[in-house]
Design a protein around this ligand. Structure first.
Ligand code: GLN
Length: 194
């Protein structure tokens, strides 16, 4: 079974581990370089992207993650994880950086302070029926999709799910709704490497 990691510096790590284990993966928290070396794919959880960025640098993980992404490691980022995957971000915290890899410009907290959180049924053609019950929590949006990336879903014309080869990102949190199809898609990419 595929051995995959969830970056476990901050955020909703537990939910992702449970989801991945439920799908048959050997899912492990990743906090060290050695743990990263040991996994074939990585989930970047929701949380606070600027905090995850900072901790990844303090712990000496950032460069290793950037290298693995460059080598084609499958990565699935939700919410803060989408921000961390983007090549470019808008409304970044002071000094905030991303791991990058995803040819996209992503805006943090894009739905504004009046609409902190909401849920909607989202049509995701790549996943088929039924629609995805999507939970947005201070969510980002893809402001611009680069040539190498493909949008997978949008809310009011704003892209909230995107894919680029082994990289997958959603503005929302399938792991809190028990929606397994995005994690399945990520694991399919990991299996495809073997
Ligand atoms: N607003 C958060 C950030 O900038 C993301 C919120 C989330 O992951 N639910 O990282």
């Amino acid at each position: 079974r595929p051995r995959v990691g969830v970056l476990a510096l901050q955020g909703d790590v537990r939910e992702h581990l449970a989801m991945l284990e439920g799908l048959g993966a050997d899912a492990r928290p990743v906090r060290t370089r050695a743990q990263l070396d040991d996994v074939a794919g990585l989930v970047l959880p929701g949380g606070e992207s600027s905090v995850i960025d900072r901790l990844s640098r303090i712990l000496g993980l950032r460069d290793a993650i950037v290298d693995r992404i460059g080598d084609g490691m499958p990565v699935y980022g939700t919410c803060a994880g989408m921000i961390l995957l983007a090549d470019e971000i808008l409304d970044a915290a002071p000094g905030q950086r991303t791991f990058g890899g995803l040819d996209a410009v992503v805006r943090r907290n894009a739905f504004g302070s009046q609409v902190d959180s909401f849920e909607t049924d989202l049509d995701v053609p790549a996943l088929g029926a039924p629609p995805v019950r999507a939970v947005f929590i201070r969510a980002p949006v893809v402001e611009r999709t680069g040539e190498r990336a493909t949008p997978l879903a949008a809310v009011d014309g704003r892209v909230v799910a995107i894919e680029q080869g082994p990289l997958l990102a959603t503005s929302f949190h399938p792991e809190v709704q028990g929606e397994a199809r995005f994690h399945r898609r990520f694991l399919d990419r990991v299996d495809g490497l073997g």
